[in-house]
Design a binder for this molecule. Structure first.
Ligand code: AMP
Ligand code: MG
Length: 351
């Protein structure tokens, strides 16, 4: 199959994408979070082809994308409290789980009684969803196990020859996948942190928002994953990533020593560091993850950097960390998984 890449802001491209989706084909498209790989959510065959193109395990459910709340009629039950969250955060990077009706095929939800729904905010995404008029099931447009795509070129890297069309809308504004919030089990619980933070949600709900246990640690052998996606190895570059945590001077020293020791042992090694530390780590092939004062910038850059590490053939990678608060929680969830939660604690915490 020949894969076309067209400008997401060209009306002809939106028309073509909408037609392909209505015909049961797959389309790669931008959103404010990451690029998605979309199919008609009401067409089981089209949905199955998403799993085939991604190499995604069949028991990992998909998020359904809508542009208007009225599309939810007959698809799911809206629990108390959800309306307030929709008003505050839709359109935007918040996915909510609702009890579903039989109109949503099992293929979308991996047989679960709930469906994950989101209303994206990027104008070209909204135009596409509006033009096709269908709820669109779309996971991230990467091959399973690769970092999510934040540029059309990332989608092409993973999906060339597997989909007829990719819409190019430039770099994704947030750069990390949406926050997934479960509203079907009593107290609202974040299953996956994202651009809408726990603090932002709590301000609207007026109640405590819980965090799924495995956000900042690996799933235990007998632990049930509330969100099936958490079971899988994710966001992992081919090289070994180690997170380095502690007081700043000790972290910088450890990053440098580890990287240079590995080089002496003949391994390709680099560091991921804040913009402010690029100079002091200049001899360690530093990759700039963004300013330490700006977690949103780190979120925006992270997946592109993880992809580049593979292209550069890095074997060991040592990274600084951000505090796990606000958007930093989502950054540390993805970075932690990229590192298989391998963390080097250096220096004296009290220092
Ligand atoms: P992605 O499409 O790559 O952004 O992944 C979607 C995420 O949402 C995965 O982690 C899924 O496991 C999660 N998800 C989708 N639907 C459900 C659901 N019904 N229940 C729990 N998690 C879900
Ligand atoms: Mg994904």
């Amino acid at each position: 199959m020949n894969t076309k890449v067209l400008d997401a802001n060209a009306p002809e491209a939106i028309d073509l994408a909408a037609r392909l989706l209505a015909e049961g084909e797959l389309v790669g498209f931008p959103t404010e979070t990451v690029y998605g790989l979309g199919a008609n959510a009401l067409d089981p065959k089209a949905v199955l082809s998403i799993f085939a193109a991604k190499g995604r395990p069949a028991d990992n459910p998909l998020i359904v994308h809508i542009w208007h709340q009225r599309q939810l009629e007959g698809l799911c039950e809206i629990p108390e409290g959800a309306e307030k969250l929709m008003r505050a955060f839709w359109p935007g990077p918040l996915t909510m789980l609702f009890s579903r009706t039989a109109r949503i095929p099992n293929e979308v939800t991996a047989g679960l009684p709930t469906v994950a729904i989101r209303m994206p905010s990027m104008p070209c995404t909204q135009r596409l969803l509006r033009a096709c008029g269908l709820p669109i099931a779309a996971p991230s447009a990467n091959r399973s196990g690769r970092p999510s795509p934040t540029l059309a070129s990332h989608v092409l890297e993973d999906m060339d020859g597997r989909v007829p069309l990719i819409l190019d809308g430039g770099p994704c504004q947030v750069g990390l996948e949406s926050t997934v919030l479960d509203l079907t089990h009593g107290q609202p619980t974040i299953l996956r942190p994202g651009g809408i933070t726990r603090e932002m949600l709590e301000r609207v709900t007026g109640t405590e928002v819980l965090l799924a246990g495995s956000i900042l640690r690996p799933l235990q052998p007998n632990e049930q994953a509330l969100s099936p996606g958490m079971r899988y190895r994710h966001y992992a570059p081919k090289g070994n990533v180690t997170l380095v945590e502690g007081p700043e001077t000790a972290v910088l020293e450890a990053l440098r020593n580890r990287c240079l020791e590995d080089r002496q042992a003949g391994r390709r090694s680099c560091v991921l560091c804040f913009t402010e530390h690029m100079d002091v780590l200049a001899d360690c092939d530093p990759h700039d993850i963004g300013s330490r004062k700006d977690e949103a910038q780190v979120a925006h850059r992270l997946f592109d950097i993880l992809r580049r590490l593979d292209q550069e053939g890095m074997e060991t990678i040592y990274s600084e960390v951000v505090p796990p608060e606000g958007v930093g929680l989502a950054v540390m969830n993805r970075l932690g998984r990229a590192a298989a939660f391998r963390t080097l604690q250096v220096g004296n915490k009290e220092a």
